[in-house]
Design a protein around this ligand. Structure first.
Ligand code: NAD
Length: 280
């Protein structure tokens, strides 16, 4: 898809970071924009921002881990604009920790947002996109953490590997169907966002310092790294729109990970545990 003006974008996690960058970029491309997020006040702020760029836009408070919320988001988008052309299943949260120490609630939260959130988006929108006909494109946000594993971040890494696999399967299924819906998987490295402060949106009790020092230790490293080395979300949004125009499947945000990806492929062929990066 290379023509965005006048078309409709739906973006989850649009109140902050990458999602907000995508919404702003969509507005600058002349798209009509549906912003979805669980954090109501931040969503209002992002909506004013995007409307201030001249876009016809609405905000829909949505918890992507709830199937009913995502179906209601699709209803709202179609009711207001009658069609959707670009769907960005982008909302995500970070949960670190040693795999055997994280509680069932920790795993449920991160898998609920990062995996089920994308699946709910696919199930709510794809049938409507197929029925509407014509060109459309879906961008799911996974992570470089969905392409290689690290210590102390099991729940996040598992959710992102699953998100990447889900996106590959979606692309295969749509191609097998002969559908004119493109698919891309955004796999960012560090981006300067609030991802290290994800527990602000956790509905139940976040892990406390006492019970989850492993989570807080890694979350602090992530905050430091994203602030020091992260790309600006607006740059990431520009990369995403260029990639959608080019029909690219994987959307990395830097070339710096090539050696690790190659060494991962080599390790798989050699039946060895792949090398890792941070936190070891
Ligand atoms: N920042 C990075 O370095 C980085 C790297 C790789 C991947 N990612 C991924 O990028 C995506 C966007 O994250 P970000 O970095 O912009 O972080 P962010 O925290 O700045 O933005 C995430 C947004 O998702 C929203 N959100 C959280 N839970 C939600 C839910 N249940 N329903 C709906 N919205 C919800 C938050 O309110 C927030 O507005 C995530 O999927 C994240 O995993 C980020």
């Amino acid at each position: 898809m290379d023509d965005f003006a006048g078309r409709v974008a739906v973006i989850t996690g649009a109140a902050s970071g990458i999602g907000r960058g995508l919404a702003r970029h969509a507005a600058r491309e002349g798209m009509r924009v549906v912003l979805a997020d669980v954090e109501a006040a931040a969503l209002d702020d992002a909506l004013s921002d995007v409307a201030g760029l001249g876009a016809d836009a609405i905000g829909v408070r949505t918890d992507v881990s709830h199937e009913g919320d995502v179906q209601a988001l699709a209803d709202a988008a179609y009711e207001r604009f009658g069609a959707v052309h670009l769907l960005c299943n982008n909302a995500g949260v970070f949960q670190a920790g040693v795999v055997w120490q994280r509680t069932q609630a920790d795993w449920d939260w991160v898998m609920g947002v990062n995996l089920w959130g994308i699946l709910h988006g696919i199930r709510a929108f794809v049938p409507r996109l197929l029925e509407q006909g014509g060109e459309a494109h879906i961008v799911n946000t996974a992570s470089m953490a969905g392409m290689m594993s690290v210590a102390y971040s099991g729940p996040y890494v598992v959710s992102k590997f699953a998100a990447a696999a889900l996106t590959e399967c979606l692309a295969h299924d749509l191609r097998a169907h002969g559908a004119s819906i493109g698919v891309s998987c955004l796999v960012p490295g560090y981006v300067d966002t609030r991802i290290g402060d994800s527990t602000r949106n956790r509905p139940d009790e976040p892990p406390s310092e006492v019970t989850a020092p492993d989570h807080h230790f890694v979350a602090q490293i992530l905050k430091d790294q994203t602030a020091a080395q992260g790309r600006h979300p607006d740059e990431v949004a520009a990369i995403v729109f260029d990639a959608v125009r080019a029909g690219q499947f994987w959307i990395p945000t830097s070339d710096g990970y090539e050696p690790l990806l190659r060494s991962r492929a080599d390790a798989l062929l050699q039946r060895a545990l792949p090398a890792t990066t941070d936190f070891t």
